[in-house]
Design a protein around this ligand. Structure first.
Ligand code: NAD
Ligand code: DAU
Length: 360
């Protein structure tokens, strides 16, 4: 039975990936989820799998070399899927250091522990061991509104402390591949959306605020473009790259689904009105009047757009979920998980929100 070590599995994409993998492989695989449970990590995301005999949760920080070494020495790990990171750009602008610590040092620790556990005395590796580093399209910087795309060959040009820390972590993985022939892949994916996404990110924040009748903050002119991908399509891409990708290669993952932020917000408002029952009281306050233009994000990247040509040609991955369908599935999930939203937006999140949006 193949054993996966998933880091950051209690976060948004990591928890969706774990659900995807158990749906796909059932009892054929074992998953060990290592997560420090920061504000973004939530074990409620995994309650359906918590009792499985082939699932183990370990609370540990990826920067803690001793803890990670112990996990490798006590388990025969076959696959590492490395999600754990500080992931929110706005937080990185306010507090960059923790991004460097987790994203750069944490990745270095993961790489080093995997290498120590997998490398043989002659410098080759135990058979069929693989490490996948989950990264972002933000490492490529910002595009103009001119129809160009990010390719795997696009030079790195990160702007925010978040993307700079992810770019550094990618470079470390590339260095391990080149220096030690370490069996790794990198995936650079565009913006994800779907169930379990923390409401500091645009889509869940807008859904939650609209349902509560709160203002919908739009940074700058609202015309920045992101390339949105339903999270299950990302999970599928990660699995396909790990099993079918050429070792040492980078693969871009994206859905050719570019939209301006303001378009996303209006689609959400329209879809909420389409989905809420006629007698639901919340319909009364859901309107475009909630849209509020606020100060722009510092260093705000204008446009991201992934060219997923390589993953399609070499591996046969393609996005399956159209945005219209994905946003409906996402909104339906939030309707069914009001308690989840209440739990994650209580406590510390209130303070973050007040500070970030100046009480608006
Ligand atoms: P998230 O913030 O929702 O989850 C991050 C998880 O990592 C949390 O469970 C958190 O507790 C854990 N974590 C943080 N610091 C840790 C540490 N020091 N040790 C152990 N665990 C720690 O993030 P996400 O949106 O699910 O993103 C996951 C990965 O995918 C990140 O590497 C991110 O850069 C990348 N990515 C995200 C997107 C996106 O749209 N969200 C797109 C492309 C790539
Ligand atoms: O592109 C992949 C990246 O996507 C990931 O690497 C990051 O981890 C993930 O957080 C995401 O980064 P973005 O900065 O693109 O996502 P965010 O949801 O924070 O913002 C999306 C866009 O919406 C961006 O242009 C900023 C804007 N925005 C965001 C918020 C939270 C607003 O206009 N208002 C808001 O309140």
């Amino acid at each position: 039975m193949r054993t996966y070590l998933v880091t950051g599995g209690a976060g948004f994409i990591g928890s969706n990936y774990i659900h995807y993998m158990f749906r796909k492989y059932g009892d054929e695989i074992r998953i060990i989820n290592v997560d420090a449970l920061t504000y973004a990590g939530n074990l409620e995301n995994l309650k359906e799998v918590a009792e499985r005999s082939n699932y183990t949760f370990i609370k540990a920080d990826i920067t803690d070399k001793e803890a990670i070494t112990k996990i490798f020495s006590e388990n025969e790990i076959d696959r590492v899927v490395h999600f754990a990171a500080e992931s929110h750009v706005d937080r990185s602008i306010k507090n960059p250091e923790v991004f460097v610590k987790t994203n750069v040092l944490g990745t270095a620790v993961m790489l080093n522990c995997a290498r120590e556990s997998w490398e043989l005395p002659d410098g080759s590796y135990k058979e069929d061991k693989k490490f996948l580093h989950v990264s972002t399209d933000e490492v490529y910087g910002s595009l103009e509104d001119d129809g160009t795309y990010f390719y795997e060959t696009t030079p790195y040009a990160p702007h925010s402390p978040y993307s700079a820390s992810k770019a550094s972590s990618d470079m470390l993985v590339k260095a391990y591949i080149d220096t030690y022939h370490f069996p790794a892949n990198i995936t650079n994916c565009s913006n994800n959306y779907g169930p379990y996404q923390f409401p500091e990110k645009l889509i869940p924040l807008i859904i939650n605020n609209a349902l509560l009748g709160k203002k919908l903050p739009v940074y700058g002119d609202g015309k920045n473009v992101r390339d949105w991908l339903y999270v299950d399509d990302h999970a599928k891409g990660i699995d396909m790259v790990q099993e079918m990708g050429r070792l040492g290669e980078t693969y871009n993952i994206g859905g050719h689904n570019e939209k301006q932020n303001i378009e996303i917000i209006t689609i959400i408002l329209d879809t909420l009105l389409e989905m809420l029952p006629e007698d639901d009281a919340r319909r009364a306050h859901i309107s475009r009047d909630l849209i509020t233009y606020v100060e722009d994000r510092k260093g705000h990247d204008r446009r991201y757009a992934i060219a997923p040509d390589k993953i399609k040609a070499e591996i046969g991955w393609e996005p399956e979920t159209m945005f219209k369908e994905g946003i409906k599935k996402t909104i339906a999930w939030f309707f069914e998980h009001e308690e989840w939203m209440k739990n994650v937006t209580s406590g510390d999140y209130q303070n973050y929100y007040k500070e970030m949006y100046h009480g608006k």
